[in-house]
Write a protein that binds this ligand. Structure first.
Ligand code: ATP
Length: 231
């Protein structure tokens, strides 16, 4: 199940957020999308999941056009966090899992597994608003993977997290990859993609300035030029 972006462009009035972006993301790979603020990463992700329609070009998934209806196979962790603060972790996940057609028992089983993996097994009945930012991010991550998606889109998953939580989430991303899920994630920081990704794309002002395997890019451009900027 390859994800293909075929010459996609998105304009908002006078602003071109993404310009003529073509990419192929092979099945089962972790793909990194790098770029500074406003480079067009979130807009690209919204086109992939079908939340925004491309002004030009198409997104293909598994050979067919990506539609919003087909996006049930996708997990999405948005940049602006979207949890329900007054719900308990269990209620939050049961609600989201049910929306994706899961049975309650399966949701709870998956959730228990993830909470144990994240070393917070007793968070089941905590209200989301009572959790630290790092722990809310873990719950947001679980929300994106609870239905075992074939494609996982993570918009700045490590942003604002302390190093311990960054490591826990990185390990979780690798665990999801082992299940055969294709993963695309964005970051401002080269060191995040270096450890996780085989291929990367660097966006600047809505245009792909570089894309290819990390090895090729490092050889051609040198590590120094690959620094985007710090968070
Ligand atoms: P960040 O790291 O800050 O999230 P980004 O790389 O995700 O940045 P986008 O959010 O995709 O970048 O924004 C790309 C450009 O498109 C920016 O100039 C932004 O202001 C503009 N843009 C994004 N969404 C809209 C919108 N709905 N209406 C108008 N302009 C928009």
């Amino acid at each position: 199940m390859t994800l293909t972006l075929d010459h996609i462009t998105k304009t908002f009035g006078e602003t071109t957020a993404v310009r003529d972006l073509s990419l192929e993301i092979p099945e089962g790979e972790i793909f990194g999308m790098l770029g500074a603020n406003g480079a067009g990463k979130t807009t690209t992700f919204r086109m992939i999941i079908g939340l925004l329609e491309a002004t030009e070009g198409e997104v293909y998934w598994n050979g067919g056009r990506m539609t919003y209806a087909g996006s049930g196979m996708i997990g999405y962790l948005p940049e602006e966090r979207g949890l329900y603060p007054k719900l308990t972790v269990r209620d939050q996940l049961v609600y989201l899992g049910r929306l994706r057609g899961m049975k309650k028992a399966d949701i709870v089983k998956q959730l228990e597994g993830w909470l144990a993996r994240f070393q917070v097994p007793d968070y089941m009945d905590q209200k989301v608003e009572e959790l630290s930012k790092g722990n809310q991010q873990k719950i947001q991550f679980i929300s994106a993977v609870i239905h075992q998606p074939k494609l996982l889109i993570l918009d700045e998953p490590f942003s604002g997290l302390d190093p311990v939580n960054v490591e826990l989430l990185k390990q979780a991303v690798l665990d999801v990859k082992k299940m055969g899920t294709s993963i695309v994630f964005s970051s401002h920081r080269m060191e995040h993609v270096e450890e996780l990704c085989e291929h990367v794309c660097i966006l600047q002002h809505g245009q792909p300035i570089v894309h290819g395997s990390l090895k090729e890019i490092k050889r051609s451009y040198g590590r120094k030029n690959l620094r985007i900027h710090a968070d």
